[in-house]
Ligand binder design. Structure first.
Ligand code: TEU
Ligand code: CA
Length: 535
């Protein structure tokens, strides 16, 4: 069996602070807003909060460009308010992890301000400078990854936005600065880190040209594993801190390198297979249920007893779960969001919930480029539409499927919005009048209460956490039926991924424990989710 650990049994909840709750009417979510909503989060039964970047930042990429790692973003509040939040999270019996963004900093970080001044500046080697670009690497956010800088005429590397220069991890001083930042927050009592694009930290000194997707090259530098091992020895291990790294660009077969417990790197990784399922070379592509199911069978085979998976279907970089994997038509929105909740919370691996998915929040229908906030979308528009490669209509249609902004609309707290008393920094999804926390809390059949019931069930039964996984119907294109079993405790989960009723033979010798329809029926109804347990 597995070695037990709190983070294997935990359910995580991700907060995107800018869009969570605004306490002072300036239109921007903040720390005091989160403090006001802790009982809402606790009410779900989650164990640990992942707080998106809350550090001082000029917000070129909404906080993923950090100017000062030891300061709280002024718009979000003060260090005293952060300390109070942490204390209140703990008092509520939960834990808190922070977003560690250390592949790059903001170009306004003091290290980079120094670094760019001259080629003999003591901070020059904190970043990656070349006399001329050694290759034609491109930024994940479009355009060249090498940027000429006026002061010296040299080029610096930025794998993301031009305002996000990559740190030089080959310089041991940089690594120790990062470890000091980690200790600063761990000393306050945080429980660990989600690590942003952590596999990108090691750069290949041969500067190979790209072949395939850029991330496949960027994530696989020669010192990646040595640096993660050092980080674990230096910081994570002594503090017993949990770590979950974004495995962006790391193939499934390579992922055990990051998380096999015998290697001493990370505890968990976000593998991108599920969220890449609808991504093709030219944007959105359709997908099928057997493809989705095959991912979990593949993961099950790739991760042995020494690796522990994560399960997530969304985050601040992805569209809304119900629009993407379910059916956001009003007739099916609640049921299909409950099907996805059941999947998320009964697969093998630690589940991560993204704020608002517990309300069944949907994608937005964007009509105009002016409605978007994301720097990535804006860069892509410049390249594709202004560059004459596609039409505005085709571009917007694709963004309506893939945009990161779907996830970034503010939380709808009440039928009046309730996110802010002022003007929100980003428009709420106009359906907040129907889809909001107040309505969900009042309705026992809401998506929110389904999440709460599923989390309680998971917490009560080790088989749902540590049990083996077996897909019982891999080829069916509407039904997803699988087993979880541990020491003779056998569970069967039957999910209908369609609005058609389907004949389904209830397994003999099993009890129905939960259905999102409440009552039993001979048929598996449209978007029904059932959980059975062997007698
Ligand atoms: O994301 C890595 C990243 O590039 C993702 O945006 C990825 O491309 C996307 O999920 C594919 O669907 C991290 C952060 O999560 C993201 O918000 C930041 O913009 C990025 O790093 C840079 O820090
Ligand atoms: Ca505010």
């Amino acid at each position: 069996g597995y070695a037990r650990a709190w983070w294997k049994e935990a359910v995580f909840y991700q907060i995107y602070p800018r869009s969570f709750c605004d306490s002072n009417g300036d239109g921007i979510g903040d720390i005091n807003g989160i403090r006001q909503k802790l009982s809402y989060i606790k009410g779900l039964g989650v164990d640990c909060i992942w707080l998106g970047p809350h550090f001082d930042s000029p917000n070129a990429d909404n906080g993923y460009d950090i100017r000062d790692y030891r300061k709280v973003m002024a718009e979000f509040g003060t260090m005293a308010e952060f300390d109070a939040l942490l204390a209140e999270v703990k008092a509520a019996g939960m834990r808190l992890i922070l977003d560690l963004v250390v592949n790059h900093t903001s170009d306004e970080h003091a290290w980079f301000v120094e670094s760019r001044k001259s080629s003999d500046n003591p901070y020059r080697d904190y970043y990656i400078w070349q006399k001329t670009p050694p290759n034609a690497w491109t930024s994940i956010f479009r355009g060249p990854a090498w940027q000429k800088d006026d002061a010296t005429g040299d080029y610096y590397l930025h794998l993301f936005h031009v305002k996000q220069p990559d740190l030089n991890w080959d310089n041991p001083k940089v690594r120790h600065e990062v470890y000091d930042v980690m200790r600063f927050w761990l000393d306050k009592g945080v429980d660990g880190f989600r690590m942003d694009v952590i596999p990108f930290v090691s750069k290949d000194p041969a500067w190979p040209e790209l072949s395939g997707r850029p991330q496949d090259t960027y994530a696989n530098g020669p010192n990646r594993d040595a640096y993660l091992q050092e980080m674990r020895r230096e910081v994570l291990e002594p503090y017993q801190a949990v770590s979950v790294g974004e495995a962006f660009g790391v193939a499934l077969a390579e992922t055990p390198k990051l998380i096999d417990e015998r290697r001493g790197e990370l505890d968990m990784a976000f593998q991108f297979d599920t969220v890449d399922i609808d991504r093709g070379p030219d944007g959105w592509r359709p997908w099928t249920l057997p493809e989705l199911k095959a991912i979990f069978t593949r993961h099950d085979a790739a991760f042995d007893r020494h690796c522990w998976p994560t399960v997530f279907f969304s985050n601040h970089d992805n569209p809304r779960i119900v629009s993407r994997y379910g059916d956001d038509h009003p007739d099916w929105r609640v049921r299909s969001a409950q099907v996805m909740a059941t999947l998320l919370l009964t697969l093998r691996g630690t589940p991560f919930i993204y704020q608002g998915d517990e309300l069944g929040m949907t994608n937005v229908t964007f009509r105009d480029i002016a409605q978007f906030d994301d720097i990535w979308t804006k860069n892509a528009w410049r390249e594709e539409v202004e560059g004459g490669r596609t039409t505005p209509e085709a571009f917007i249609a694709n963004q309506n499927k893939v945009s990161r902004d779907h996830a970034r609309t503010p939380m709808p707290w009440t039928a009046d919005g309730g996110f802010t008393t002022g003007t929100p920094w980003f428009a709420l999804n106009p359906n907040y009048t129907d889809i909001n926390a107040e309505a969900a809390l009042a309705d026992p059949n809401s998506v929110y209460h389904a999440y709460a019931r599923l989390i309680a069930l998971r917490n009560a039964h080790p088989a749902l956490v540590y049990g083996d996984y077996r897909d019982a119907l891999p080829h069916d294109d509407k039904l997803f039926v699988y087993e979880r079993s541990l020491d003779g405790d056998v569970w069967m989960i039957a999910l209908n991924f369609s609005c058609d009723a389907s004949v389904f033979l209830a397994p003999t010798g099993f009890d129905l424990v939960l259905s999102n329809y409440g009552t039993a029926d001979r048929h598996l109804r449209g978007w029904e989710a059932r959980i059975y347990r062997k007698l």
